[in-house]
Write a protein that binds this ligand. Structure first.
Ligand SMILES: [Zn+2]
Length: 53
């Protein structure tokens, strides 16, 4: 269990693997698994998404 770096919600290590990118269950920010023991995540680097402006 760790915290989302964006919203501080608890994030469980639900059989995730290092390097996996998943959305925070609370705020939806994409998080990347840094290590699994201890479980640590970081905000995933944002690729240019659909900024249609
Ligand atoms: Zn979050």
């Amino acid at each position: 269990m760790t915290e989302c770096p964006t919203c501080a919600a608890s994030v469980a290590n639900d059989e995730k693997i290092v390097g996996e990118i998943f959305p925070c269950p609370d705020c939806g920010t994409e998080l990347e698994v840094l290590t699994t023991a201890p479980f640590a995540v970081e905000t995933a680097p944002k690729e240019a998404e659909d900024w249609g402006e």
